[in-house]
Write a protein that binds this ligand. Sequence first.
Ligand code: HEC
Ligand code: HEC
Length: 371
Amino acid sequence: MNQTEPTNPSPIETNDSGPAFGSRPSANLYATAPRERRGPGRRRRLRRVLGWAAGVLGVVGAAGTIAVLARENRTFTAPAVDLHASTDAAVIARGRYLVTGPGHCAECHGAPDQQAARAAGHEIPLSGGVEFVLPVGIFRVPNLTSDPETGLGRLSDGDIGRVLRYGVRPDGRAMLPFMPFADLADDDLTAVISYLRSLPPVHHAVRPHDVNALGRVVKAFVIAPKGPKGLVPASMPPAETAEYGRYLAHNVANCVGCHTRIDLRTGAPVGPTLGGGMVIESMTAPGKKFVTPNLTPEPRWGWIASWPEEVFVARFRQGLLRAGSPMPWNAFKNMSDGDLRALHRYLRTVKAVEGGPDPSRNDSVLALGPE
Ligand code: HEC
Ligand code: HEC
């Protein structure tokens, strides 16, 4: 299936005549660990991001305040997503697999006080509440259970589909770019929505985000929703092929989002695809940073270049081994052997590049000193 031709319509900003959709940088918040406590390591990046934001503020200048007021709640239009939840047991089971496995939704939406139960292999309520403390404010992860007041009971199936595919809320405001699911195939998106609809309601009101002054500027000038990168397939049936592995790595499990170097100020990739070298702070051990390994088949620098398929599959079954790692091992551990084989086959086809942590030193994935 060709997923590179951009034929899907993208969200369009409605009350602004600025540059076209997609031309503005967006902060890649996905790669930023949520923090319930503030660690010393966070300040360094904070300064870096603030440096960029100061630039934005400089450009905005004195007249900026008015501009911010006019633009911070700008709305976007995006195509309606005509998908409907199913009560078919097989569809719900597929959704459950995607949510608890490759899609790793509980990593962010899981109840924060039950993460230990999740690490022990239990399914925990997706009732939200995790806080991301960012330079632009404190962002809280919403409740995805079916509760009609505090959960997804408030949204129609189409609203949920649109927010995940186009990043546009029912009222037209943009969501922050925390989630990389715009390119999920129609039937997988339907399965995810069907599973979410099946979740027992948990009444848990998550407090609204606290967006600070800087965040308001970012909302006004930087955040624009990203639509699908290409033609979204109607269906992507699992197969032990490199093609399906590519779908998992790019559209579902976000291997590319962490194993590719990204400029945190712009969200743009600055390193080769899956070449590793991205520094990510731990979610559970504030201040501890990791460097993602190079997943390409380069013989010297490819971290897994010498791993046969069975070793790769077995490694995922083991789950988290490096304490504090931001990689969602607890969810990926639930992936099927077939999906893991597909991923391995895809990773063998990626363009080999040098760089990333040194595979001859097991601890080279730990970032030392200022990045
Ligand atoms: C990296 C963290 C992260 C992961 C992983 C993640 N989410 Fe989210 N999600 C968020 C954040 C943060 C928001 C709120 C964004 C905002 O308000 O701008 C959100 C918002 C949502 C919303 C909108 C809810 C509402 O009430 O407006 C839905 C639906 C959703 N997520 C579903 C999912 C599903 C399904 C998955 C897994 C396939 C998932 N999320 C994985 C962080 C995450
Ligand atoms: C949220 C960021 C993130 C995501 C998403 C992610 N990784 Fe990782 N990955 C890391 C980090 C950080 C490390 C180094 C620490 C560790 O080994 O846990 C790592 C390590 C690895 C390793 C080496 C493990 C070892 O034992 O040496 C492999 C293999 C790997 N990732 C593959 C993948 C694949 C395949 C995907 C997608 C299915 C993926 N990663 C998604 C962050 C991520």
